[in-house]
Design a protein around this ligand. Sequence first.
Ligand code: HEM
Ligand code: HEM
Length: 191
Amino acid sequence: MAKAYEIRHPAYDAVARTLHWLTVLLVAMQFVIGWTMPDVHKDTQPVNLIAWHLGVGATLVAVMAIRVIWRLTHGPTPDELPPLLSVASRITHVLLYAALGLVPLLGWINASSRGWTVRLAGVVSYPALSESGSAFGHAMGDVHGILAWVLLALICLHVVAALFHRFVLKDHVLQRMLPHAGPSRDQRRER
Ligand code: HEM
Ligand code: HEM
């Protein structure tokens, strides 16, 4: 028998949970590398930490594309939160997805404008998103850095909310995104 909290907050399926934590790992790496790599100037070459930022970035773009396709084809995981909390959580998740799409996209546009090729695992080349030397692509590098702060603010809000669910509301919202989260909605249907 499913426990009452599992009925109100069924677990995210294993693919969604794996993609979520993979995203967390890659985004954390991008912040650390982005803040520690040398400043990028006109003649800077994409080597060392900058090469890592582009490489991890290419992986993040691929993971986010798979994640969005999975989310669109599998729908939301239902919950029974009070209406206000439900709306607040939905808005935060939409903004998180938007920032997770925009920040890498702008970084990629900027890389293209510098004549740098973004490659997945060093092998699969992504197409250039702006012309080499383009002023637009150059400006998008600044917006990339600024929006990274907006993404960080959203992540902080998101983590505080997750801890609020766990320790104040004491519901199952955090646990349903963790390993051993219990049965997902689809697994329950199959029983
Ligand atoms: C969520 C993912 C990402 C985060 C959090 C992130 C974060 C950062 C940060 C903090 C900087 C330094 C900004 C500054 O000092 O002003 C930076 C610069 C840069 N990032 Fe990212 N980045 C991400 C994804 C990407 C991706 C996917 C690419 C390209 C494929 C990329 C390409 C670049 C480039 C080219 C710069 C230098 C921009 C410039 O100074 O004009 N980034 N990034
Ligand atoms: C880089 C950091 C993070 C990003 C970008 C991120 C992003 C997201 C996104 C976009 C969703 C919505 C999933 C969906 O419904 O399609 C989500 C859900 C969730 N995340 Fe994160 N997350 C991050 C870190 C964390 C951390 C550190 C925790 C735990 C403390 C956490 C706990 C959760 C939980 C519990 C949910 C499900 C919320 C619900 O069911 O309403 N996340 N996350």
